[in-house]
Design a protein. Sequence first.
Length: 116
Amino acid sequence: MPDQENQRQTFNFLQTHFETGEPFTREDLRRQTDWSEVSFNTYWAKQLKGFVAAIPPMEPPQSRRLQRSPVSDAFRSYARWEKFRERVTQVRSVSSSEYSYRVREQLLIYKLYMLL
């Protein structure tokens, strides 16, 4: 599964930069994978962008791709590989165990009448 390897590389990169607090560019992250430009842009927009701390741009828009940003605190919840993989995978599986079925033995209904 080459795609999972790219996800693993991305995870390792983000985890390292989260622990050290070292800022990085979007291009630094892209170079960790062999995703095409289009695939990386899709992953970035849909799943990875939230892990990068937003810094107000001080440079022209064309150089924003080179802007250095740290990993945001939002990554903390995904700092385990299993959790991160669930977030970035393109395939979403649904297990029936995720839903709970409730049965009520009794039901009480109130009817309220108001005088006009």
